[in-house]
Design a protein around this ligand. Structure first.
Ligand SMILES: *[C@@H]1O[C@H](CO)[C@@H](O)[C@H](O)[C@H]1NC(C)=O
Ligand SMILES: *[C@@H]1O[C@H](CO)[C@@H](O)[C@H](O)[C@H]1NC(C)=O
Ligand SMILES: *[C@@H]1O[C@H](CO)[C@@H](O)[C@H](O)[C@H]1NC(C)=O
Length: 365
């Protein structure tokens, strides 16, 4: 009897609405759609011939299966891989530009998802050159959705998308660009920057919502004043406080935006992974959080803090990579991303809120 009931439930819940496209039971959502920058890029930039923001050569990927450089800005996996694995997937969904070559059937059925992220991009269209802007990432999603609708029907696609997770990790490059262009900005200029980014962020979310997205997992801007490339520019070797303040203010505005959107757009739910608080805490209490030994220098690179030259094939790299917070001069190590993924998925309110990523995907059922 129990067996029959199980069989019935499996058929009923998973075979419809897409005949022949069943969601494996370990997946907590049908699909994950990823937008953002190098913190979650898994290889889109490999396909941009003119892009300089690439990580598809050694020593990137040295700890990835088969030591393969994939385009991830990490010695191994990055945060989206760990978040996806907590949701029952093997790793991040594949990069969009790779898929365009292969026309993957599972993905056109609304399963597994796609990663649109592009290193160097920001919320603003003006951030980054020879990258995929967030506006373009959203347009790619729209094109994919049209393909999905053409192969089934709009109601079925809407149902599947409404249960899928939309993850966004962006804003850091906008802050970097602003800080680089404005050495000592006054409050008016900073507020104008926040307003410009937030207004664009709101457009992106409203467009995605209009296309059927309901569940948003957001990763905010880390304490960018503490990355090795920032420290290397500070004569004291400390974090650059003004950059951290800029990131913090932007994060506050993003949190206010999502609160507002969750009230005004019916069915929208969200969770914000607090990358700022996470990185600051790991750097101040490295032994307690992750057992790290090196919080200032990059593992791979050259010069002061291994941050003055890039992690190129001729650069040196450290042996105890899981003891370094940073892999290269701006990006976390695989060990750091693994801890971030675990804390955003199911950690305390200090690191994720107003609900956890786990609670967010639970409400997607
Ligand atoms: C995807 O493939 C189609 C058809 O070959 C092509 O028209 C389009 O430009 C491609 N898109 C990207 C982003 O490469
Ligand atoms: C603030 O900075 C902007 C741009 O640098 C400048 O145009 C503006 O006059 C400044 N405002 C004040 C109140 O100093
Ligand atoms: C590594 O190679 C790049 C060019 O590929 C060069 O610009 C850089 O100076 C080299 N770095 C070292 C440490 O030799």
């Amino acid at each position: 009897m129990k067996k029959l009931l199980c069989l019935f439930l499996v058929l009923f819940c998973f075979v419809s609405p897409f005949v022949g496209a069943t969601q494996p039971s370990q997946w907590k959502v049908p699909a994950i759609y990823v937008f953002g920058d190098s913190t979650v890029d898994v290889g889109n930039n490999n396909y941009l011939t003119r892009s300089r923001a690439k990580a598809n050569f050694p020593h990137y990927g040295i700890d990835f299966p088969h030591s393969r450089p994939t385009g991830r800005f990490s010695n191994g996996y990055n945060a989206i891989d760990f978040i996806a694995s907590h949701m029952g997937f093997r790793r991040s969904p594949p990069p969009y530009l790779f898929l365009n070559d292969t026309n993957n059937h599972q993905i056109v059925k609304g399963l597994r998802g796609v990663n649109f992220a592009s290193a160097g991009s920001g919320i603003l269209d003006s951030t980054g050159t020879n990258i995929i802007t967030t506006t373009q990432q959203v347009l790619y999603f729209e094109a994919l959705r049209s393909k999905m609708v053409a192969q089934s029907n709009a109601d079925q696609v809407a149902l599947r998308l409404s249960k899928s997770l939309f993850l966004i990790s962006s804003g850091g490059n906008d802050a970097f660009a602003f800080a680089t262009a404005n050495k000592s900005p006054n409050n008016t200029a900073i507020l104008l920057f926040y307003n410009t980014v937030i207004s664009k962020y709101e457009n992106h979310i409203k467009t995605l919502y209009g296309l059927g997205a309901r569940y948003f997992a957001v990763i905010n801007v880390p304490s960018i004043g503490c990355v090795p490339s920032a420290r290397a520019k500070n004569p004291t070797g400390g974090c650059i406080d003004s950059m951290n303040q800029l990131a913090k203010g932007l994060n506050d505005a993003v949190a206010a935006l999502f609160l507002k959107l969750s009230v005004t757009l019916p069915g929208l739910e969200y969770s914000i992974g607090n990358s700022y608080e996470f990185l600051s805490t790991v750097i101040s209490k490295p032994r307690l959080y992750g057992g790290f030994e090196e919080v200032k220098s990059a593992c791979c690179g050259g010069g002061k803090f291994n941050a003055e030259s890039s992690c190129t094939p001729n650069a040196t790299y450290c042996m105890k990579r899981s003891r370094y917070v940073f892999w290269d001069n701006t990006h976390p190590s695989q060990a750091t991303s693994k801890l971030a993924g675990a804390l955003f998925y199911d950690g305390p309110a200090q690191f994720v809120g107003p609900i956890t990523f786990k609670q967010l995907v639970k409400s997607a059922y």
